[in-house]
Design a protein around this ligand. Structure first.
Ligand code: 8DG
Ligand code: MG
Ligand code: MG
Length: 136
């Protein structure tokens, strides 16, 4: 039996100017909610490695030097509890996100930080409600 406890998720804030990349989740928990690219921290991985890997797997974008931004604690229900580490990277204007996992996401879009569509995935909602300020 695997141990039961909180898991670690890494969410990546990909900023292109004042817009952030979000996609509507499908096929797993939080289906229908808008979330950042990201996923589980794997055994032995750094936050930076996880952010680089997940963004490449999910969007095809090669990011460099993601920086720790914030952490949230989300209890989804009695058996699902995630600590989410948010990593940030600012990309060039020409960067485009490809839909690499169409079974897991409806599509990627760049939206202003203050106009992320609802409903948001709970960890992203928690980040929005936190003290985190992406611009100064
Ligand atoms: P993996 O299991 O292949 O590593 O990841 P995935 O297939 O990309 O799964 P995911 O559902 O996108 O992410 C795994 C978990 O990470 C998800 O069930 C909950 C957690 N998670 C957070 N915050 C965030 C977030 O902001 N974005 C994403 N994508 N996942 C997050 O706790
Ligand atoms: Mg993934
Ligand atoms: Mg994912």
């Amino acid at each position: 039996m695997s141990p039961v406890g909180p898991k670690v998720g890494v969410g990546v804030l990909l900023f292109k100017g004042e817009n952030v990349l979000v996609g509507k989740r499908k096929g797993s928990h939080g289906s229908g909610t808008f979330a950042l690219p990201g996923g589980h921290l794997e055994l032995g991985e750094s936050f930076e490695q996880c952010a680089i890997r997940e963004v490449l797997e999910e969007t095809g974008v090669e990011i460099r030097d993601p920086v720790f931004a914030y952490a949230t604690n989300t209890v989804f229900n009695a058996t699902t509890h995630y600590v989410t580490v948010f990593m940030r990277v600012d990309v060039e204007p020409g960067v485009e996100a490809k839909l690499m996992e169409p079974d897991k996401c409806e599509g990627w879009m760049w939206v202003p930080w203050d106009s992320i569509p609802e409903p948001m995935f709970e960890p992203l909602q928690a980040l929005k409600e936190s003290r985190y300020q992406p611009f100064g």
